[in-house]
Structures are given as structure tokens and as C-alpha cells.
Design a protein around this ligand. Sequence first.
Ligand SMILES: [Zn+2]
Length: 413
Amino acid sequence: MNKALIIIDVQRDFCEGGVLPARRTGSLIKPLNKAIAWSVEHSVACIFTRDWHPPDHCSFTSQGGNWPPHCVQGTSGAEFAKGLNIPDSTLVIDIEKDSNKASMSYSAFENTNLEHELRSLDVIDVAASGIATEYCVAATVLDALRYGFKVSVLTDLIRPIDVKSGDSNTALAEMKAAGATLLTSKEWLNSSIVRLGRHENFHNNVEIRLLSIEKAIADYHLLAQRHKAKFQDKIDEHTVLFLKGLGNDIAFLSCFKELFFNSRELLDILLTKLNKVTDSSKFQTSKKFLVFAREMMRGKYDGSNLAIIKFLKTNIMYIFQIRKVRNEIKNNPSNIDIRYVNKLEAVFEVPINNDEKELVQYLDIENKDEAVKKGYYNCTYFLDEIFPQMPLFWRTCLSILDDDIKALTTGRP
Ligand SMILES: [Zn+2]
């Protein structure tokens, strides 16, 4: 966990129809909900703050303050804005702010446990959204920077009150000068994408590119350490490969590659053994693998009644897929997007060769006919999922093969 989306004071009283409405709140909820849903899906914490005043709060005009009474504890005006989606997730945290009658604080950090919550989730990177730009958003952003967080302000997901026109622009300039990054929610959602290899726009974004690679590696380090702790006592060669060489972006790519190339060795062992069982040639080339896979899927080996055939038939498309992914990593690394959003994903367009067309129908992908027509399909690979599963998969393969080969050579069923 290292990112959080802070949704500041998106409450009825601050929306159109409320007693202290910000501007253009009607267009806020939909895109905000989208960012919230994305965040939960990608394990980004969502911090919902609420202005939560006692009825005689010092900021109210009745008490000599500047504001009409608003967001009074327990009243409908203090409720979240209509249509705002509060997901049911352990990553959703509700913060009540400014609930002390005598003190006035715009910042969500003041007199709350927000900092503690963020630290306990290992958050280092926060994005601010909500109401109102020049008051609670600005104060929260400036405090977050003071506490050492990396802060983004999502310019399309904040709304100003602008008592004096231009107030919010002044506040935005102040946030930027203090070190906050101003960007749109779309840019923020995409900010965890690291593109490996050289691209046409490579030079335009060198700094951003380096920063995001650096961040992805730092995140990856953290994750690897956590995995390592979990698997410390049963660490195997795959785990070692996976954890090895995480120091820089070159090692990052090469450890990625090694994971797959190591699997190819295992695949070759498996297929060599398989050749003996199925009486095919001594060396399993890529073309022969395809022939074998096609024949297996068509049912050629069904009569042999070996557990291995049944097992392999189930898993051969997985093997096929891994081979293709591995080829892409080897041959076209610059076509691969590495995304890190608490999970390491590799996103590719995988080409379909003529001799593979028949096999594609067995793949678990969308729009197979269209993919065959286009000559490629989109593939997302979760490396963090492969990490614990790959060794288990191969070990199971090999142990089943060993049993079958024993059965075959001793003549027992
Ligand atoms: Zn207030």
C-alpha cells in the first residue's frame, strides 16, 4: 500500500442546493466516483473526510465567524453528497474533521488521526480531491506536503467556492509552489505506468519516465521484501530469481526475463519427457510444440488414458500463452507496458502467427474471432500472481510426469 486518494468534504451542504455550495459540483460526482472505483480496484486507500461541526461552532456567523452554519454533526447537510459512492472496503477510511467547537481548522490533518492512518498503510503518495479548492483542499494539501507526503492535486476533481473570483487560482499556485503536482485524474490514474524501451516521445518525458521507473522499482523492492519475508523458510530458485537484481531498471527487466527463461528450461525438460511418452522427436522446437498442442487439443492422445494427457490438455494453453509472452519479452521488450499499481502487470499486444490460429480458439481471451482477424490479442500478465504459482505449477507438472513415466516404463497402468 503506498497511494491514497483523499476525498475532502464532498458533503451536501457544500454542493449545489446546500447552504454553502461550491461551484460546478453537479459535474463532480461522476468522475469522482470513477476515480474512487479505480482506487479500490487497485488497492489505493480512499480517505473520505467530512466537515463535522457542533451546532455552535466558532466558524459560524452566529458565533462571530465567517460562514453560515454548515455540516452540523448528524444533520442531512453533513451527509455525503447525493450519488457519491462510498465503497464497502477495508481501504475506505472516514475522517471527521473540525468537530471541536472552539477551534477552526480547514486541514484534514489537524486534530484528526489522518496522518497516523496514512502511515499505518505505508502511504507515501496522496492525491487530493474535493471541496473547497482554496480552503480545506489547499490546507490539507499544504499539511500533507509538510508531513513529507508526495502530493498530487487532481484539478478536475476539486471545486472552489471563490468568494472572490480568482481565490482558487491563487490557492492552486500556492500549492504548486509548495511542491504539489497539479494534474488531472486521468493523468493520475495513468501515472503508475512505466514503459520500457525507447519510444518516439521518449525525450519529451525523460524526467517523468525516470521518476516513474524509480518509483516502480522502489515499490517493487518493498513488495519483494514483503514476499520474501512470507516465503523465507521455503525460498526456492524461482523466488531467488524473482528477487534477484532489483537494484535498477535494467535488472528490473532482466529479472522479469529470467523468470520466464528459467521456466523455458523447465518447459524443455517437461517436453523432452513428454516426447518419450508420446514417441515424438527428440527435440521440441517451437513448431513441434504447436503441432503437438494442436493434436492434443484435437484429441489425438485421448486414447492413451494417461493422467498426464488429461492434465496437459488442461494446461497446454497456459504453456502456449507463456511461450508467446516469453517470446514477446525477448523480441519486443519496448512493446510491453509495465504497470505497477500494487501489483506488477505486464501489458502486451501478442501477435498471432498463421500456424497458431487454430490454438487461439482455446485461449481464455475475449473476441477470439476478432483477434485472429487482427492478428493479435491483448494480454495482461500479473507477475505477482505468477511468482508464487509458477513453481507450484511446474513442480506439479514434473511430479505427475515422473509418476506417469514410471508407470509407463514398469508397464503398470
Ligand atoms: Zn466548516
